[in-house]
Design a protein around this ligand. Structure first.
Ligand code: GAR
Length: 197
């Protein structure tokens, strides 16, 4: 059974999908804790499912490194097999990434390497392209630059707004994320191999 720590910053709809998937006794992973860099709205899902939460705000620390160390301590106290950044909107310092790599993955609402960063949906719309996507990657020290684990194309419709497009991307992200966790748990995906390829 794979133990997961999920980090969020916002509503946590992808987190909720994982929590719902974990209710199936056959699903080979369980969320053991949910962390955030703020009092995230998505904590309501963890509370509903009885999963512990932790919050480590950057503003409470003298610098990003000290914040990262505190976040890492919280994460490691749960001894997770895998850490999932699921709408976690802060960049983790390199030593946190080094400590968790390659068992640290991220969901992104674009077809990477297209449109990395905090505004993947908005940037795809602004670029005037006809399709975007959803990606799951291994986190490295760059911004959404790590090895791609899984991704799917999603068309952009003429009347799409950032909200309508993101609403169509999220269900695809959820499927990719759940399939990725399944594949990692049963050995079809080897993160170490991906990270060193
Ligand atoms: C998701 O679309 C996730 O890919 C994105 O934030 C959303 C979180 O939604 N992450 C990024 O843009 C990271 N660069 P949720 O809080 O409802 O799961």
């Amino acid at each position: 059974m794979l133990s997961l720590v999920v980090l969020i910053s916002g509503g946590g709809s992808n987190l909720r999908a994982l929590l719902e998937a974990s209710e199936d006794a056959e699903f080979p992973a369980r969320v053991v804790a949910v962390g955030a860099d703020r009092d995230a709205d998505g904590f309501s899902h963890s509370e509903e499912f009885g999963i512990p939460t932790f919050s480590v705000a950057l503003s409470n620390f003298p610098d990003r490194e000290a914040w990262g160390d505190a976040m890492l301590e919280q994460i490691q106290s749960w001894q997770p097999d895998l850490v999932i950044l699921s709408g976690f909107m802060k960049l983790l310092p390199p030593r946190v990434i080094d400590a968790l790599s390659p068992n640290l993955i991220n969901t992104h609402p674009a077809y990477l390497p297209e449109f990395p960063g905090a505004h993947g949906v908005r940037d795809a719309l602004a670029a005037g392209v006809t399709q975007t996507g959803a990606s799951i990657i291994v986190v490295d020290s760059g911004v959404d630059s790590g090895p791609i684990i899984a991704q799917t194309r999603i068309p952009i419709l003429p009347r799409d707004t950032e909200a309508s497009l993101h609403d169509r991307i999220k269900p695809v992200e959820r499927q990719l994320l759940i399939q990725t966790v399944l594949d990692i748990a049963n050995g079809r995906i080897d993160l170490k191999e991906l990270a060193t390829a």
